[in-house]
Design a protein around this ligand. Structure first.
Ligand code: HXC
Length: 257
């Protein structure tokens, strides 16, 4: 299968998906989101694959949702399109998902990394939810998963004051499984995926489901509320100003409406 925004490969029993939109720092446009989910579903059905790895480049895992694609959208556009509804399919993938993260891992990029079952970070990884700079909030479960992963104190700083975590901090705050040199983060993730793929498949599947149940049971409702709040903010002048300012490479002027 050939894709426009991702590359897929197999390494032993690991299915690898690389984001491949370097000019936009792997920002998630509609096409990339659809291709990612499709490729994951295909690997999920492929008996020769036991686990999947999602990665970007050494410079950037992903810079978040495509700001240029949504800057002028109204709240109604966002709700009708339900742009973020596609991630529900990612959460239904049965095989383990590992994010191999290097460089920037921001906004929707961090949300996708957190939707994975494990994160392997390079020493250069930087994790953040900079949506506040655009006059919005995370919309794909970021507020909910961050609060559970790193705790309220750090999550609050990240969501409402754009605190960025270094790889070492992300490890200390339990956001990632391990931190390794940039030269080996992808190899480490593929090795881990192959180790898991060699284990009893049904037990792996149940184990993933059950650990996620502990983590995610009460999350669904919060994530649905978050998504609505994210869409609602597209009726504000501040969202228009915030996103326009990013595109025009200037500081935004907030009005509070
Ligand atoms: C669209 C983006 C983009 C994005 C970068 N680019 N991030 N385009 N959407 N999220 C584009 C830039 O406009 C620029 O295009 C090119 O990629 C290179 O980016 P630079 O800013 O020049 O690179 P650099 O100075 O190295 O800065 C890197 C960066 C910065 C710190 C990552 O690009 C940045 O702050 N990006 C936005 C991050 C962000 O706010 N993410 C949250 C998005 S909202 P040109 O054409 O000028 O070369 C979100 C909501 C979640 O994710 C909803 C769920 C999915």
């Amino acid at each position: 299968m050939s894709y426009s925004f991702i590359l897929t490969e197999k390494h032993g029993k690991a299915g690898l998906i690389r984001f491949n939109r370097p000019d936009a720092l792997n920002a998630f446009n509609r096409g990339l989101m659809a291709e990612l989910v499709q490729a994951l579903e295909d690997f999920d059905k492929d008996d020769s694959v036991g686990a999947m790895v999602i990665t970007g480049s050494d410079r950037v895992f992903a810079a978040g949702a495509d700001i240029k694609e949504m800057a002028s959208a109204s709240a109604i556009d966002m709700m009708l399109e339900d742009k973020l509804g596609i991630w529900d399919r990612l959460r239904r993938i049965k095989k383990p998902l590992i994010a191999a993260v290097s460089g920037w891992c921001l906004g929707g990029g961090n949300e996708v990394a957190m939707m994975c079952d494990m994160i392997i970070a390079s020493e250069t990884a930087k994790f953040g939810q900079p949506e506040i700079n655009l006059g919005v909030i995370p919309g794909s479960g970021g507020t909910q998963r961050l609060a559970k992963a790193v705790g309220k104190a750090i999550a609050m700083e990240m969501v409402i004051n754009n605190r960025t975590l270094s790889a070492e901090e992300a490890y200390r705050f339990s956001l990632v499984n391990r931190v390794v040199p940039v030269e080996v983060y992808l190899d480490e993730a593929l090795k881990l995926a192959n180790e898991i793929a060699a284990r009893a498949p049904l037990a792996v599947r149940s184990g993933k489901e059950m650990v996620n149940q502990a983590f995610e049971t009460f999350l669904e409702e919060g994530a649905a509320d978050e998504r609505r709040a994210f869409y609602f903010l597209f009726s504000s002048e501040d969202q228009k100003e915030g996103m326009r300012a990013f595109i025009e490479k200037r500081d935004p002027e907030w009005k509070g409406r």
